[in-house]
Design a protein around this ligand. Structure first.
Ligand code: CIR
Length: 260
């Protein structure tokens, strides 16, 4: 599952981006700042060989820029459209499904009563961790597990509801290789992650845990200097990206693109 990505779906924020959901106490995001951070993010994807599929902004869905939550893609194999756990985000899936139908003839879907935000899905080689969160329920996780199994992909759940400060599983974990995870302290001793090579996120830099391997580089949010040093020591080239306007809306770096 660490194939090269050649494409990514992205969706710039609408002018009413600040009307989206958030628990962060970091102030109101500036939409022009968010657009400029989005452009820089897209430019970085292009620099690393990724062709963009850019969806139109849609003011009906102020959180729609966080496209990652709406689908899980197994490059060259298949894609499943999620059923987002927040009611205000339910309709975001339509435009993403339309875009994916061009590439995947048979799109699967998470259906009621399951809910799943793909920000809760972390792929590590042929195993997938599924966070049980305020957005993803056990039924949604079971539906995803059943969809993955015929592809030879195993899965397990990680209940994150008691972990403070994270919205999704991937707010606190990233897979850089099939056997190498970035983990916040809250996950370091979790049995689910035993046996993995771990890059431990320094205290105070937890927001940086939501980094993404894109082909030969790791994309990481700006402002995490110790984590940057650790990642460079592992041999990764980094793309350090300003994410401040998205952080104000509980958004991480991974959620701005759906890579395949
Ligand atoms: C939300 O609360 O749904 C959005 N404001 C943020 C979603 C971020 N998604 C992600 O980290 N995968």
């Amino acid at each position: 599952m660490f194939s090269r990505f050649t494409r990514a779906i992205v969706r710039p924020p609408a002018r009413n981006f600040a009307d989206g959901l958030t628990t962060a106490d970091l102030g109101t995001p500036d939409v022009d700042g968010a657009l400029s951070q989005h452009r820089a993010y897209c430019d970085a994807l292009v620099r690393h060989g990724v062709q963009l599929v850019t969806l139109d902004a849609d003011a009906r869905y102020p959180d729609a820029t966080f496209v990652e939550d709406t689908a899980l893609i197994l490059p060259d194999l298949g894609a499943i459209i999620t059923r987002p756990g927040a009611a205000s985000r339910a309709g975001e899936v339509d435009a993403v499904a339309d875009a994916l139908r061009v590439h995947f003839s048979d799109l699967a879907r998470v259906t009621e009563p399951g809910t799943l935000d793909a920000g809760d899905v972390c792929e590590a080689g042929n195993h997938v961790f599924i966070g049980i969160s305020q957005r993803t329920n056990n039924n949604g996780a079971a539906q995803l597990a059943a969809w993955l199994a015929p592809f030879g992909i195993t899965s397990s759940t990680v209940d994150i509801r008691g972990v403070p400060g994270i919205l999704h599983l991937k707010s606190g974990i990233a897979a850089l290789e099939p056997q190498r995870l970035v983990l916040i302290d809250a996950f370091v001793d979790h049995p689910a992650f035993a046996g993995f090579d771990v890059v431990r996120v320094p205290p105070g830099e937890e927001y940086g845990a939501n980094c993404v391997r894109v082909n030969d580089a790791v994309f990481v949010s700006a402002g995490q200097p110790q984590l940057e040093t650790q990642l460079r020591a592992c041999g990764y080239a980094l793309e350090v990206l300003e994410m401040g306007e998205y952080r104000k809306m509980d958004g991480g770096l991974s959620c701005l693109s759906l890579r395949f």
